[in-house]
Write a protein that binds this ligand. Structure first.
Ligand code: ADP
Ligand code: MG
Length: 248
């Protein structure tokens, strides 16, 4: 009994092995040229499908993450950021904090690399198969407030709630009213012990009360954020100002 390559391709497609389906003629040719054994042939085919799926997954996760820019940790210069040791950065890069659902809080003035570090760790997490969501506090509050009636907000918030790592950038650039602080608390409570949060802020937790308004809510939020967390203080000169681009 002989099978046409096309019908085999259709069978692979039926089992959702689209990459194998597409590249099957190529693999059959290679198998003949290199006299692959049956085992070798199957191994090559399955490895190809696996690596294509992984690549697609990473592309999908990168899209969902909504990073404002993509800069990896390899581009982070420790000579420029003396408050972080090479050992500390290596530990962060190993992502054991993520496995254990620990939160990271990056504090420091503008331009010292808080967002860059958060994105770099987010990228590392995606390459390890973790779902990541990046959002600035300024975008998060309007999403929470429109969730009841906006489909777009619902989709984005669902991704955030399902993420293994949620990066909330620039926590305290804006003051919140009680309703907003309450919605924010509910989100943090949902993520608590379920996923990791990386939070960046130019103000320390001691000042958060002032911006969140309600003392009770602030305490409840801090309680959950800080319970299992690593607080990292970054310092120094603003990288943006030091390497300011100028037309003159
Ligand atoms: P922050 O979030 O603390 O305000 P960013 O992380 O956005 O600062 O950093 C501002 C810019 O400077 C970014 O382009 C970032 O890549 C760069 N930068 C900051 N610190 C470093 C560093 N230590 N090494 C390389 N680039 C850095
Ligand atoms: Mg920033």
């Amino acid at each position: 009994m002989s099978f046409s390559v096309e019908s085999l391709q259709n069978q692979f497609k039926h089992f959702r092995m689209s990459e194998t389906s597409k590249d099957l003629p190529d693999f059959l040719r290679k198998a003949e040229t290199h006299s692959w054994t049956y085992q070798e042939f199957l191994h090559e085919l399955l490895s190809h499908e696996e690596s294509c799926r992984e690549k697609k997954m990473i592309e999908r996760y990168l899209k969902w993450a909504k990073f404002p820019y993509q800069k990896g940790l390899e581009e982070f210069d420790l000579q420029e950021q003396r408050s972080l040791s090479a050992r500390q950065l290596k530990q962060l890069q190993e992502l054991s904090w993520l496995e254990q659902s620990f939160n990271l809080i990056f504090l420091g003035p503008p331009g010292v690399g808080k967002t860059h570090l958060a994105i770099g760790l987010g990228l590392a997490a995606i390459h390890c198969g973790q779902r990541v969501s990046f959002i600035s506090m300024g975008e998060l509050v309007p999403l929470l407030k429109t969730e009841d009636y906006s489909r777009k907000s619902q989709i984005q918030l669902n991704r955030i709630r399902k993420a293994d790592l949620v990066i909330i950038d620039d926590l305290m650039y804006m003051a919140m009213d009680q309703h907003e602080a309450n919605l924010f608390f509910q989100l943090i409570n949902h993520l608590y012990e379920r996923s990791s949060i990386i939070l960046t802020s130019n103000k320390g937790p001691e000042d958060w009360g002032e911006l969140l308004g309600d003392q009770g809510i602030t305490t409840a939020i801090l309680d959950r954020l800080l319970h299992r967390s690593e607080v990292i203080h970054l310092d120094g000169e603003s990288h943006r100002i030091k390497y300011r681009e100028s037309v003159f």
